[in-house]
Design a binder for this molecule. Structure first.
Ligand code: A2P
Length: 285
């Protein structure tokens, strides 16, 4: 695969293609200043990102839409140059709720279509307009759903997903890796008992060899395996840094040594919902 900053789409079996790096846009709303999402998306498009990952529930989808529309109006990109992925939240898995919720996303973005629409997580919460429904005692209100599949997979050097990758490669399925840098480590939904991925000695020493950072090595590792990455950053320097992964490559031996870092550690373990009857992470995948 010859990936470059200008041409880094990988083919999908339906004839479409997906850019192998996207900008993640989830940022804890209480800790994020208004406008920073919009500025970051605009900057990412200027840097050359063609793929933006967002969701209505992130509460900044309006800013994502404004940024994309402004870049189109400026003539910097056309709508078809941008790949936008939106997400269906857990309170809207009932078939009749899917379309209205997608329409909310389109209205918020003020765009005519999304390029990909995925199920945010494979556990349903009580249907309704309350995004985090609880009873009067503070217990989560779960709901049964009938999901056959989910398309999102956490993937990084501490959780390399070798078996899943082999299965997907055999069946021509492209994996999108969320949390490719090891997340922002919010203890509410992340297992923070392991040291931060980006402090890893091997990733840092390989970074020194190539004059790159541990983050760039972690991202390169995934894209070199054909896995799409969606690192989140609202920091101009890091948005650029995360895109500068097309001008070096890791040797086969280095790829193997990073693969050996795997600890089968799922960082996004969502333990707050571990007693949900459909909690997906008791199983191997
Ligand atoms: P920030 O937005 O301030 O850059 P993930 O994509 O795995 O969820 O990780 C996102 C977290 O990693 C965010 O806290 C983000 O913070 C931080 N981050 C993004 N890019 C880099 C980088 N190149 N080096 C270090 N931290 C980064």
């Amino acid at each position: 695969m010859d990936l470059t900053a200008a041409n880094h789409r990988i083919p999908l079996s339906d004839g479409n293609s997906i850019p192998i790096i996207g900008l993640g846009t989830y940022s804890e709303p209480k800790l994020t200043s208004k406008g920073s999402c919009k500025t970051s998306v605009k900057m990412a498009i200027d840097v050359g990102y063609q793929h933006i990952d967002g969701a209505y529930i992130y509460r900044n989808e309006d800013e994502v839409g404004e940024a994309i529309r402004e870049k189109i109006a400026e003539g910097r990109v056309k709508r078809e140059d941008i790949f936008y992925c939106g997400k269906l939240w857990a309170t809207h898995f009932e078939p009749e709720r899917v379309r209205p919720y997608l329409e909310k996303t389109l209205k918020t973005l003020q765009l005519d279509y999304v390029d990909l629409y995925i199920i945010e997580m494979p556990m349903a919460l009580k249907p309704g307009d309350e995004f985090y429904p609880k009873d009067k005692y503070g217990n989560w209100l779960y709901h049964n759903s009938n999901l056959c599949t989910t398309w999102e997979v956490e993937c990084h050097p501490y959780f390399t997903q070798r078996k899943l990758l082999e299965f997907c490669q055999q069946h021509d399925i492209v994996i999108v890796a969320y949390s490719p840098l090891g997340t922002a480590r919010n203890p509410l939904w992340v297992n923070v008992s392991f040291p931060p991925l980006l402090n890893d000695e091997l990733l840092n020493s390989l970074g020194e060899k190539y004059n790159k950072t541990a983050a760039q090595v972690a991202l390169r590792f995934n894209i070199q395996r054909g896995i799409v990455v969606i690192p989140k950053s609202f920091n101009p320097k890091r948005i650029k840094e995360n895109f500068q992964i097309f001008d070096f490559s890791l040797t086969e031996e280095e790829m193997k040594s990073i693969e050996a870092l795997n600890k089968d550690v799922r960082l996004v373990d969502l333990l707050l919902w571990s007693d949900h009857p459909e909690y997906p992470f008791h199983d191997e995948y």
